[in-house]
Design a protein. Structure first.
Length: 98
């Protein structure tokens, strides 16, 4: 978990649901990111982490999530700040203090 330091992250996968919700699988070497942290890409586009997600409807899905989390890949709901775009796969984001 972060302690007021910058963390570099990478978007492993992201998608936007029909209701506008943005879901992203984010890898961070420092582990799980806290809710409400702000992420920024190289184009200065920002997203706020609304919450950590752990959604699955099967034992196989649960095991896949656990394997991802062992690699520091976690699933989050994001909210674009002044935009509605999802981050791109492979985007490297940094945490900001905004």
């Amino acid at each position: 978990m972060l302690n007021n330091k910058e963390c570099h992250t990478e978007i492993i996968d992201s998608f936007k649901l029909s209701n506008g919700m943005i879901v992203a699988f984010i890898e961070c070497a420092d582990g799980k990111l806290p809710d409400s942290i702000i992420l920024e890409n190289h184009q200065h586009k920002k997203w706020k982490i609304k919450r950590y997600l752990q959604t699955t409807n099967s034992l196989e899905g649960y095991e896949k999530i656990k394997q991802q989390e062992m690699k520091n890949i976690f699933q989050y709901e994001l909210e674009g700040i002044y935009h509605r775009d999802k981050p791109g796969i492979g985007d490297r984001l940094i945490t900001t203090k905004d």
